[in-house]
Design a protein around this ligand. Structure first.
Ligand code: NI
Length: 133
């Protein structure tokens, strides 16, 4: 599966953006508020490597609870998929647990995304390239 991005969970998106600039990353998007997940998001790129900064906006955010263990560090890798339902089915059969339902992500051009968890290698995000149905 092709890697789309590495997701970082950060307390201050402004401060993290300054760090990425120092490391040679270029901004791909402005900061976008995702009302479904209650987070601010921005995407950055460096020589083909794409980093997503995610910052919870309130304690109501699903990502807020993750701040206890994953603050200011990578916490998921996003992978490109075809039909997201087929890929979820395949990965669940392989031992992954589905965390949420496929939902459009405003920060990725409205593409549908879904999070899954492996007990052995952590959280991944599926990013649907194109809707086939
Ligand atoms: Ni992501």
């Amino acid at each position: 599966m092709k890697v789309h991005h590495i997701g970082y969970l950060v307390k201050s998106i402004e401060n993290a953006e300054k760090d990425l600039e120092q490391l040679g990353y270029c901004r791909k998007t402005q900061v976008v508020f995702d009302p479904v997940r209650n987070v601010d998001i921005s995407f950055w790129e460096n020589e083909g490597y794409c980093v997503e900064l995610v910052s919870p906006k309130s304690e109501a955010s699903v990502a807020y609870g993750l701040m206890k263990t994953c603050k200011n560090k990578p916490y998921h890798i996003g992978y490109l998929t075809g039909c997201i339902e087929e890929e979820i089915k395949r990965l669940k059969e392989a031992g992954y647990t589905q965390i949420d339902t496929p939902t459009e992500a405003v920060a990725i051009d409205g593409k549908r995304v879904c999070f899954l968890m492996s007990p052995d290698s952590g959280m991944i995000e599926l990013v649907e390239i194109c809707r086939e149905h």
